[in-house]
Ligand binder design. Structure first.
Ligand code: HEM
Length: 167
C-alpha cells in the first residue's frame, strides 16, 4: 500500500489522517480495524469511493504479486488456471512464508473451461480488491474476462461469489 500511495509524502499523509502514524505498520501486522481505517482514509483523500479505491489498489498490486510469487505459478497456466490454483499454490505459500500475513481462504471451483467461481469471505469485505486483482491478472495474461458477483457480502450475503468468465 505504501508503494500504491506513489510518494512518501502521500503515504505519510494517509497514515497520519488515519491516526496510524504512531503505530508500527512496518513491524506489526495491522489489525482489521487499522486496515479498514487506513483504506477508508486513503480512499477519501484520493476522492474515490472505497470500492473504486480497492479496485484500483487490486489492479496495481496484481502484476507485482504475480512476479513476486512467480516460482509458484506454472508457466503453462492461463488466467483461469491461475485463479483456479491461487488458494492451494499461492495463498497457502503466503501464509507459510510471510510472518503475520493472513490472506483470506478462497474456495475456488472450475465450473468449466471458461468459468471459474471464487467464493470469498473476510471481515475486511474486500471483494472489489479481488475484482481489481482478477481484472489486472487477465490483462497480465493478455486475456479478456467478465466478472460478476451473483452474491456479495456488501449486499448482506454471508460470502461473495465472484464469477469469472472468459470472453
Ligand atoms: C500471485 C497471486 C497472489 C498473491 C501472492 C496474493 C497474496 C496476498 C497477500 C500477501 C495478502 C495480504 C494478506 C495479509 O497481509 O494478511 C492477500 C490478501 C488478499 N487476497 Fe491475495 N494474493 C494473490 C492472488 C489473489 C487472488 C487471485 C485473489 C482473488 C481473486 C485474492 C484475494 C485476496 C483478497 C480479497 C485479500 C484481502 C484480505 C482480506 O480480504 O481478508 N488474492 N493476498
Amino acid at each position: 500500500m505504501q508503494q500504491f500511495a506513489g510518494s512518501e509524502e502521500k503515504w505519510q499523509e494517509w497514515l497520519s489522517k488515519a491516526n496510524l502514524s504512531d503505530v508500527s505498520v512496518y513491524v506489526d501486522t495491522p489489525t482489521d480495524l487499522q486496515a479498514k481505517q487506513l483504506l477508508l482514509t486513503a480512499a477519501k483523500l484520493s476522492h474515490l469511493s472505497l470500492n473504486q479505491f480497492l479496485r484500483n489498489f487490486g489492479m496495481f498490486v496484481a502484476p507485482r504479486l504475480i512476479s513476486q510469487f512467480s516460482h509458484y505459478i506454472d508457466k503453462t497456466w492461463d488466467v483461469l488456471d491461475f485463479l483456479e490454483h491461487t488458494e492451494e499454490y499461492i495463498h497457502k505459500e503466503v501464509r507459510n512464508q510471510i510472518r503475520g500475513a493472513n490472506p483470506p481462504t478462497l474456495r475456488v471451483s472450475r465450473l468449466d473451461k471458461d468459468n471459474v467461481m471464487i467464493r470469498y469471505s473476510s471481515s475486511l469485505k474486500m471483494c472489489h480488491f479481488a475484482e481489481g486483482l482478477v481484472e489486472s491478472a487477465a490483462t497480465f495474461y493478455k486475456q479478456k474476462v467478465l466478472i460478476t458477483q451473483p452474491k456479495c457480502m456488501l449486499n448482506g450475503n454471508a460470502e461473495c461469489e465472484i464469477l469469472v468468465t472468459r470472453v
